[in-house]
Design a protein around this ligand. Structure first.
Ligand SMILES: Nc1nc2c(c(=O)[nH]1)N[C@@H](CN(C=O)c1ccc(C(=O)N[C@@H](CCC(=O)O)C(=O)O)cc1)CN2
Length: 284
C-alpha cells in the first residue's frame, strides 16, 4: 500500500487563488488589507518564513508592512513596534514571528497585540473565543491542517485524532480546533509526559505529529489506512528538514502530509485567509 499525498503546495495555491477575488471585492469597497510582520533577530529559518509570507501577500494583492529588530532588541523596543502596528491604519492584521529571542516574554508581547489585528489567532482573547466557539481568527497551522484534510476528502467527523506535542502554535490549539462541532473529532493529546505514546498512535485514524523529534513515528506505530501529518521540524547536518515521521510510514498509511510540502504551505495560506477575514469583518 502506498499512501496518497496530502499536497500542501497545491492546496495552498488553490486557496490563494480563491482569495484574489475576495481581496479585489474588499478593495472595491475601499478596504485595503495589509499584513504586518515583526521579525526579531537573525534566525535564517524565521527570516525565510517571514519573506515567504510577504511573497504570498504580493500574490493575492495584500499590502506588506515589514518590521525588523536585531537579536539584541529589548522587550520595550519590541513592544513599541507592536503598539505602532496596533495604531497603524495600513496594517489590518499582523504577526510576531515566533520564537522570540531568549529573555523576551513572548506572552506579554502577544497580549499587547490588538486582538482584532491578530492574524495568527494566538492572542489570548482569540484563543478564548476558540474555546467558547465564538467567531475569531483560527490558529494558522491547526486550521491549515483541517483544510488540508477536508480538501483531500479525509473524514474528520468522528475520527480519533492523536496530536503529538503541546507547543503554542500547533499542539495546544490543535485539539481546540478539532473538537469544535464543525470538525467533531475525538482527540487524544500526547506529549513528553505521555506513558506509552505508541499504544495511542496505533489507535489513531489521524495523527498530527508536532513533536520535533526526528522519526519518532515509524511504520509499525500506524494503523493501516490512517492519515499521518508530519509537522515536526528538525534539521540534519546539511540543514535539511527531518520530520517526525519515518518515510516508511507511507507504505502503511492511507494519506501522508510530507514535510516539507505538506502542512507548512497551508500555514502560510491560512494566515492570508485570516487577514482577509479580519478585513471583511472590519468592513461589516
Ligand atoms: N507567529 C508565528 N510564528 C511561527 C509559526 C506561526 O504560525 N506563527 N509557525 C512556525 C513557522 N511558520 C510560520 O510562521 C512556517 C513554518 C513552515 C513553513 C513552510 O512552508 N515550510 C516549508 C519548508 C521550508 C523549509 O525548507 O525550511 C514546507 O513545509 O514545505 C511556513 C511557515 C513557527 N513560528
Amino acid at each position: 500500500m502506498s499512501a496518497q499525498i496530502l499536497d500542501g503546495k497545491a492546496t495552498a495555491a488553490a486557496i490563494k487563488s480563491e482569495l484574489v477575488a475576495r481581496v479585489e471585492a474588499l478593495k472595491a469597497k475601499g478596504v485595503h488589507p495589509g499584513l504586518g510582520t515583526v521579525l526579531v533577530g537573525d534566525d535564517p529559518g524565521s527570516r525565510w518564513y517571514v519573506n515567504g509570507k510577504h511573497r504570498d501577500c504580493a500574490q493575492v494583492g495584500i499590502a506588506s508592512l515589514q518590521r525588523e529588530l536585531p537579536a539584541t532588541a529589548t522587550q520595550e523596543e519590541i513592544e513599541a513596534v507592536v503598539r505602532e502596528l496596533n495604531e497603524n491604519p495600513e496594517c489590518t492584521g499582523y504577526i510576531v514571528q515566533l520564537p522570540l529571542p531568549k529573555g523576551i516574554d513572548a506572552h506579554r508581547i502577544l497580549e499587547l497585540m490588538d486582538p482584532a489585528k491578530d492574524a495568527d489567532g494566538l492572542h489570548p482573547t482569540n484563543l478564548g473565543r476558540l474555546v467558547l466557539g465564538t467567531p475569531g481568527p483560527l490558529p494558522c497551522t491547526p486550521y491549515g491542517i483541517v483544510q488540508l484534510l477536508r480538501r483531500h476528502g479525509v473524514e474528520i467527523n468522528g475520527a480519533h485524532v492523536v496530536v503529538v506535542g503541546r507547543g503554542i502554535t500547533i499542539g495546544r490549539p490543535m485539539p481546540l480546533v478539532l473538537t469544535r462541532k464543525s470538525e467533531n473529532a475525538t482527540v487524544t493529546q500526547c506529549h513528553t509526559g505521555t506513558r506509552d505514546l505508541y499504544q495511542y498512535l496505533r489507535q489513531a485514524d489521524i495523527i498530527v505529529a508536532a513533536a520535533g523529534v526526528p522519526h519518532i513515528i515509524n511504520p509499525e506505530d500506524v494503523k493501516p489506512g490512517a492519515a499521518v501529518l508530519d509537522v515536526g521540524v528538525s534539521r540534519d547536518e546539511q540543514g535539511k528538514i527531518v520530520g517526525d515521521v519515518h518515510p516508511g510510514v507511507a507504505e502503511v498509511a492511507g494519506w501522508v502530509a510530507p514535510n516539507p510540502g505538506g502542512v507548512g504551505p497551508m500555514t502560510r495560506a491560512q494566515l492570508l485567509v485570516n487577514v482577509v477575514e479580519a478585513a471583511e469583518r472590519a468592513a461589516g
